[in-house]
Design a protein around this ligand. Structure first.
Ligand SMILES: NC(=O)c1ccc[n+]([C@@H]2O[C@H](COP(=O)([O-])OP(=O)(O)OC[C@H]3O[C@@H](n4cnc5c(N)ncnc54)[C@H](O)[C@@H]3O)[C@@H](O)[C@H]2O)c1
Length: 401
């Protein structure tokens, strides 16, 4: 029976899905260090981790039997992706599963900032009855400027519009505007027109410090600012100055350049203690629903990969999905050099089989071809495919009808 090892308290739905896909699943609460991980991977086909387990080139080299790694989170920096690809180990993550959670937090914060809820709450907890409409606004009819119109930005656009906001967005790429949202030709244009600016850009290196004193100064007076994307994109000193001067009427920040490593570690930031500023400990995507969806999504990708060879949305292998039924199927991950496909098909023909279906894709140094044939795979064909000088990994699959 194939086995799966799941570390770091992954949602039980992943255990359920992998068990029903025929895996014997061991689930461990915490992360493992390199040596313990290598030992634990003996005889394991699938590994599931979150952000704390490091899957290094060394671990991969010492456990050649591992077929795939599921990162039950968004980031994959903890995995040596190139080494995994070179070893024929597919890596999957969950790029979209927590987007709704981030969007809902952003909506909650936009309303909270517009109503100065945090200050009202703090005052009342301190015993001060401060009933006043001054500085409190509805969000209906106000203009939201979304910087970065990707998975999160575009979903926020739809929800904000349904609450009656006017939506502008700016993205480096040409993006389809959803609903009545209007694209801006430049970040400056967005800053000059929006009353609330929210950042949802990705973590590319060029975004370091992209939002600083100049951008805050360009924003309309008494506007609101949110960052739920990456900590390093915003100059927090500049944000502090603009909040203290009153130019920015409120801010919500979920991500920080230096975040504490462990639960309970002290958090230091120049934004602490500012009026109408909401600080949250990088919890934009942290909901039970997101954890469930991550478990379901990644376990599904792992099960599909082991059952059919499908690599759609793999972060390190060429993306291939071959649909249909056949007597037998094999998947060959190989070095991306000319002539491999011709050699594969010649070998299939020499062994008296016909190709029923075939898909090939390449990614950098690697090619991946999944082939359906009309009869069971003769051991001699498998041996010949394995012996091709370009072969990285060959997998055969049971018949699917
Ligand atoms: N706070 C959290 O807990 C949490 C959770 C999930 C994701 N995130 C972060 O949210 C951000 C957005 O996630 P996503 O899934 O929507 O990413 P995405 O890749 O789908 O979208 C990012 C968009 O930003 C655009 N972009 C990049 N740099 C830009 C710039 N300088 N100016 C304008 N547009 C720019 C890209 O073209 C892309 O359309 C990421 O940084 C991600 O790490 C945070």
């Amino acid at each position: 029976m194939p086995t799966a090892l799941l570390l770091e308290n992954i949602d039980p739905v992943a255990v359920e899905l992998l068990s029903s896909a025929g895996f014997e699943v061991e689930s461990v609460h915490g992360a493992l260090d390199e040596d313990d991980l290598t030992a634990a991977l003996d005889g394991v086909d699938l590994l599931g981790i979150r952000s704390k387990t490091q899957v290094t080139a060394d671990v991969l080299a010492r456990r050649p039997g591992l077929a795939a790694v599921g990162a039950f989170c968004i980031g994959t920096n903890q995995i040596d992706l190139a080494a995994a690809a070179g070893a024929g180990v597919a890596v999957f993550n969950a790029p979209y599963s927590n987007t709704r959670s981030v969007v809902e937090l952003a909506i909650a914060e936009i309303i909270s900032l517009a109503r100065r809820l945090i200050d009202r709450d703090r005052a009342l907890h301190a015993g001060v009855w401060d009933k006043s409409a001054t500085g409190s606004h509805e969000i209906r009819g106000r203009t939201l400027g979304i910087v970065g119109y990707g998975n999160i930005g575009s979903q926020l656009s739809v929800l904000a519009e349904s609450l009656g906001m006017r939506v502008l967005f700016y993205d480096l790429e040409d993006k389809l505007a959803l609903g009545n949202a209007q694209p801006c030709g430049s970040l400056e244009e967005l800053l000059e027109r929006a009353e609330t600016v929210t950042l949802h850009v990705d973590g590319r290196a060029g975004n370091a410090g992209m939002f600083g004193a100049e951008q805050f100064a360009r924003m309309r007076r008494r506007s609101l600012f949110l960052n739920l994307s990456r900590g390093f994109v915003v100059d927090h000193e500049a944000l502090r100055e603009h909040v203290l001067s009153g130019h920015i009427a409120g801010a919500a920040v979920d991500v920080f350049p230096d975040e504490p490593k462990s639960q309970g570690d002290e958090f230091s930031s120049v934004l602490r203690g500012l009026p109408n500023v909401i600080l949250t400990p990088h919890v934009g995507g942290s909901t039970q629903e997101a954890q469930y969806d991550i478990g379901r999504f990644v376990a599904g990708k792992l099960a599909d990969f082991t059952r059919t060879g499908t690599t759609t949305l793999s972060v390190n292998l060429p993306a291939v999905a071959l649909h249909g039924s056949s007597a037998a199927r094999f998947a060959l991950l190989h070095r991306n050099v000319p002539g491999v496909l011709a050699n594969v098909d010649a070998l299939v023909g020499e062994h008296g089989l016909n190709v029923d279906g075939q898909v090939l894709a390449t990614r950098g140094q690697l090619g991946y071809v999944v082939t359906d044939v009309n009869a069971a795979l003769p051991p001699a064909l498998l041996a010949a495919l394995r012996a091709l000088p370009e072969t990285v990994r060959l997998v055969e699959f049971p018949p699917r009808t």
